[in-house]
Design a binder for this molecule. Structure first.
Ligand code: G3P
Length: 225
């Protein structure tokens, strides 16, 4: 299972990379705007900086919504670095752009997926990744993990190579549920990956181990004296 972080914040990306378990990064126009990255040169430089921080898989999203412009943008983004995965929205022209870009050997992540039918179309068009947004489905009282499970099942039926990239992951339970149903990738804020570390019995057990060790050391120091 791959772990991606869903952020354009370089510090957050570096923190996840330093943990040693990071496989990639996803961004979107909202996340880029949050970091104040605007203008083509700055956007390209920022994507390059992200690529220089991680080993592979940096999703960079197109802004256009018509076929010609999405292809132009996608080709241009792909030239930034071999690690770039072009992110294309699940719309009619997007499906055509996925087909074209993937036929040119460019990896595509199909984003804004909310149904099994959309995921099927993305795989048929040759997307390397499909991004169902489970948190946003949960937000409207729809079962996000059920969709992830359904897409995993459909892709297995036909041996599609498209990887299921569960997105809009808000907390560790989402992440664990994705692991249980066989999502290939999860993308989430770095804090969600770090939260996997937490268990009160780990903290309690470690405190006990260290205290017992200290007591034994003090006792042996007194025996020597
Ligand atoms: O990767 C998609 C993700 O950025 C959406 O997450 O939390 O805004 O629904 P969220």
């Amino acid at each position: 299972m791959k772990f991606f972080v869903d952020t354009a914040n370089l510090k957050e990306i570096q923190e996840a990379q330093d943990l040693g378990v990071l496989d990639g990064v996803t961004t979107n126009p909202s996340l880029m705007a949050k970091e104040g990255i605007t203008g083509e040169d700055k956007v390209r430089a920022h994507y390059k900086a992200i690529c220089d921080t991680v080993d592979d898989n940096v999703s960079a999203e197109v802004i256009s919504t018509n076929f010609d412009e999405m292809v132009r943008e996608g080709l241009s983004l792909a030239k930034i670095d071999d690690k770039i995965v072009v992110k294309i929205p699940m719309i009619k022209d997007g499906v055509k752009a996925i087909k074209y870009l993937s036929s040119q050997g460019i990896r595509v992540n199909c984003t804004l997926v909310f149904s099994a039918g959309q995921a099927l179309l993305a795989a048929k068009a040759g997307a390397s990744y499909v991004s169902p947004f489970m948190g946003r489905l949960d937000d409207i009282s729809t079962d996000g993990v059920a969709l992830i499970q359904q897409i995993v099942h459909i892709y297995q039926n036909f041996s599609f190579e498209t990887e299921v990239l569960a997105a809009s992951i808000r907390h560790t339970m989402h992440l664990i549920q994705c692991a249980e149903v066989g999502a290939d990738v999860v993308t989430c804020p770095t804090k969600v990956i770090l939260a996997l570390l937490n268990h009160p019995l780990t903290d309690k057990g470690l405190a006990q181990f260290l205290s017992d060790h200290k007591k034994a050391q003090e006792a042996s120091a007194q025996t020597v004296a």
